[in-house]
Ligand binder design. Structure first.
Ligand code: B12
Ligand code: SF4
Length: 447
């Protein structure tokens, strides 16, 4: 083996490093030229955000963990074909989502490739998947593109929480490239929200995930729309494991559902809805049919999605179960589990706002003090009041009920592996206050 000091690569680098010009990355990149480079790569719009921007401060750690040299985020969008997204046939919409996702990855990669050639180090995280599944059910993605796109002046989140571009509407997917250079000029949020507050996203969503007041029911969207992704897949696999034979499995899953799962595994996971995005008339390039004939637009775009007969997946005892049965009686409501099981107390506390079903909490006003002991000891206060939820660390205020629990036992109980009565009898879980309040608590977080 050649000695390190005499290795051809080491010798080559040392020779050419002497003659090298100043490090390119230390010179700010011209914003116009960089913008042009991104458009040439296939982006439909682009903006730049410096890493120190307060609007993305909560993402610093994750961004720098992925690429410690990051000085600038290039935020870009690729347009989707709206007729495809709007088609009630989901195979057509999913083809569009996957093709546009591939565009984002291709554009990001192409920007990285060009910058690398001129000596600027850069990295493009994935459009959506793959993600870091070892962190599941926590934050499995790297960069939250929506806040970055907003900071870069590419639009604002509408009532449905998708980013609406002022021109292209919400028919865009988002990407970002992290680069080690500064840019001569940065971009800032646009001064109006393209959302026109028509509430058609509310009307179209089959599980009531979007509230009139802007509340987003994560668990409702995730359980139905993502039925063939992480949680739904986990539940499907567990159903197979728990079934005594093929006949019992078939009682729980139809042939169409098995085939659909096969399709997702073979051709990329399929979304079940995205109707909020399909219905949205906002954006200069999109709004004409809505403004010229509002009723006609609803008839042509929203009604077919509402009228579609299909299976809607809901968590048993959730707000979505009640909503879908009442609002869309012609759709088949199938109660399932979300498949989300916390693996730590931190995960349990983090997940509460995502699982909270505000209508199930109606009439409940209580302060819960949790004391977790054992492998993950910590204190938490959970306040449920007027259909809202607050999770705080420490014990705050006067508790209506205090629960002391061994952390492992509590996680086992949440995963349905431990019986709570057994745990109470063995004093692994101790409750001071009305047990009814504990039951009411459970009702707010069906999973
Ligand atoms: C997590 C996620 C989801 C979650 C949460 C959706 C949401 N509102 O954020 C679920 C699984 C429900 C989801 C659904 C969809 N998504 Co999505 N999703 C993401 C992802 C990976 C991160 C989103 C994010 O930044 N959230 C945090 C903050 C900024 O968003 P927020 O709305 O304020 O927060 C809500 C939720 O995110 C949730 N939340 C906050 N923190 C955390 C942490 C964890 C661990 C979890 C699980 C949830 C969660 O609670 C908040 C309030 O409800 C991004 C890709 C990425 N890397 O950025 C795509 C992304 C946001 N999704 C996208 C799309 C297209 C969709 C769907 C249309 C998918 C589809 N084809 O059906 C639906 C639309 C649902 C909707 N109305 O929002 C696009 C949006 C494009 C656009 N124009 O804005 C993105 C940007 C992907 C992309 N690269 O283009 N998605
Ligand atoms: S459908 Fe209407 S209310 Fe919903 S985000 Fe689009 S413009 Fe806003």
């Amino acid at each position: 083996m050649t000695k390190f000091e005499e290795h051809p690569t080491v010798l080559w680098w040392r020779e050419q490093a002497v003659a090298k010009s100043p490090v390119v990355a230390s010179i700010p990149l011209n914003a116009d030229a960089l913008r042009e480079l991104c458009l040439q790569a296939g982006a439909d719009d682009v903006g730049f955000v410096e890493i120190s921007r307060p609007a993305i401060a909560d993402q610093h750690a994750d961004i720098l963990a992925a690429f410690p040299r990051t000085k600038t985020l290039i935020s870009f969008v690729c347009r989707m074909h709206k007729e495809n997204v709007r088609a009630p046939l989901r195979s057509i919409a999913n083809t569009e989502f996957h093709a546009s996702g591939a565009d984002i990855d291709r554009v990001g990669r192409s920007i990285v490739e060009t910058l690398t050639k001129i000596g600027i180090r850069a990295l493009n995280p994935s459009v959506a998947f793959p993600q870091e599944m070892d962190r599941y059910p926590g934050k499995v993605w790297t960069v939250s593109y929506k806040p970055v796109a907003i900071a870069a002046g590419l639009g604002h989140m509408g009532l449905h929480r998708n980013v609406i571009h002022p021109k292209f509407g919400n028919f865009i997917l988002l990407g970002a490239v992290l680069i080690e250079a500064e840019v001569t000029e940065y971009n800032y949020p646009i001064d109006y929200n393209p959302c026109i507050d028509c509430k058609l996203c509310v009307a179209a969503c089959p599980v009531g995930a979007i509230g009139m007041d802007g509340h987003f029911n994560f668990s409702a969207c995730y359980t139905h729309n993502y039925r063939e992704f992480m949680g739904g897949f986990t539940e499907w696999a567990e159903t197979i494991a728990d079934s005594k034979n093929a006949r019992e499995y078939r009682e729980k899953y139809s042939a169409a559902e098995s085939a659909s799962m096969w399709q997702s595994l073979s051709f990329k996971a399929n979304y079940k809805a995205a109707y909020c995005m399909a219905a949205c008339p906002a954006g200069e390039d999109v709004i004409a049919p809505f403004l010229s004939d509002r009723q006609g637009f609803v008839r042509e775009v929203v009604k077919p999605l509402q009228d579609k007969t299909e299976t809607i997946y809901v968590i048993s005892g959730s707000d979505a179960e009640t909503y879908t049965a009442k609002r869309f009686p012609h759709k088949t409501v199938k109660p399932v589990s979300s498949g989300i099981r916390p693996v730590s107390i931190a995960g349990f506390l983090f997940g509460l706002p995502l699982l909270f079903q505000r209508n199930q909490s109606a009439g409940l006003n209580a302060i819960y003090h949790f004391t977790f002991t054992g492998s993950e000891s910590c204190d938490a206060t959970i306040t449920i009041q007027n259909k809202t939820l607050q999770v705080q660390t420490g014990h705050i205020g006067r508790a209506d009920i205090a629960i002391t629990a061994d952390s492992k036992t509590w996680i086992g109980f949440l995963c349905k592996e431990q019986n709570i009565i057994w745990a109470i009898l063995r004093r692994k879980i101790r409750v001071s206050g009305s047990i009814k309040l504990l039951q009411a608590f459970g009702k707010c977080f069906p999973s």
